[in-house]
Write a protein that binds this ligand. Sequence first.
Ligand SMILES: NC(=O)c1ccc[n+]([C@@H]2O[C@H](COP(=O)([O-])OP(=O)(O)OC[C@H]3O[C@@H](n4cnc5c(N)ncnc54)[C@H](O)[C@@H]3O)[C@@H](O)[C@H]2O)c1
Length: 436
Amino acid sequence: MKIAVVGTGYVGLVTGTCFAESGNHVTCIDIDQAKIARLNAGEIPIYEPGLSELVQQNREAERLDFTTDLAGGMKDAALVFLAVGTPPAADGSADLTSLWKVVDDLAKHLSAKTIVVTKSTVPVGTNAGIFRRLKERTGRDCDVVSNPEFLKEGAAIEDFMKPDRVVVGVRRPEVGEVMRELYAPFLRTEKPFIVMSPESAEMTKYVANALLSTKISFINEVANLCERMQADINDVRRGIGHDSRIGFAFLFPGVGYGGSCFPKDVRALASMAKSVGLEPTILNAVDEVNTRQKSVVPDKIEKHFGGQLAGRTVAIWGLAFKPRTDDIREAPALTLIDRLLAGGAKVQVHDPEALENVRSQYGEKLSYFEQPYGALEGADVLAIMTEWKQFVQPDFALMRKLMKSPIIFDGRNLYSTSQMKAAGFAYHSVGRASVV
Ligand SMILES: NC(=O)c1ccc[n+]([C@@H]2O[C@H](COP(=O)([O-])OP(=O)(O)OC[C@H]3O[C@@H](n4cnc5c(N)ncnc54)[C@H](O)[C@@H]3O)[C@@H](O)[C@H]2O)c1
């Protein structure tokens, strides 16, 4: 099939590349000229494991190309995927400005047979709205499919190639069959292809993200409670996780969730509830607990210094909102950086992939280190904000030598308390007694 993907970000680039890999001819379109120029020069604008090789192979096979020209890019396409950003508006609802702009632009070039597929996460009713808008602009009924994406940054290729399920929301069964054919190469292990209405598909995406966020806020709230009641959240986790009704997934205490999806999707779902007169009590609490959780490490560090951050040097390991990505959108590390800078501390940061993104936001206000140990030199304390594998078994003796004082605030519970006691560190983690 010939496919166009509009919006070549984390989702659009992976989607386009994986569809090319399964034999389709894909054109990825974006308004960002610099991004398209880099892609055409063989550079990948984001860090996503395995993506670079796959893009290169499919470009060489002439199944994948990149353009800023919407009309040319979608010419003869059987399917046009919309994968533009839907960031949060000031009131928490999803900002659909980019999406409507694309819909209006593509209406001018849409052939009668082309199916429009919405991959962006959009509020319930948006696909119906796209249908109406296209009808107004083209004068005919167009097929509009909701096809929410469930990939995780850091494992996006694997998730796209081997999805747990594919969800499509369609009005006509024939259109569902086209989508089934497209996804068939990715569903060879009998994973389900689930067909429903566009409204249910749109809702499915928000409910999935809201439930995952709820698990994180829940475990964070009880972790804070454990810490004050001499219970150990790791033991409690083991105690509950073996219950087959509960399990272990997504019940890791930490510094709160970040990224471009969970925070905005929880708020957007809450905003949808309010728009129909329902009070989103749980969703509001999930968001509130998460906002508070992002302050737990900053609060502890400030308290450690008696409220006086000025003149202190704080090292931070991990800036991306999670490992294996360079994405720093709503990353908890940024909340810490902001607090430290506001208090006058010197901040020395390291991340394996996100340094450039952080540098473009903070410039010379921070000291950047390509290597984790470099960031420790002269540091009063170390804060660990992302659980990169590289940080799991560090050289503690070297760390002690480099730091002014051996003190770690671990927002990801990477080490055992007994290990840290033996290594001679003061160690403050989440939901466990501190080693002092
Ligand atoms: N990032 C994820 O892990 C993830 C996972 C599942 C779903 N989603 C959803 O997918 C959508 C895209 O997310 P993302 O993280 O890929 O966003 P992104 O910001 O990385 O990419 C969006 C791209 O769209 C482009 N764009 C904006 N306006 C355009 C226009 N008029 N024409 C062409 N291109 C335009 C931007 O330049 C950008 O490159 C969002 O709705 C998001 O909620 C994201």
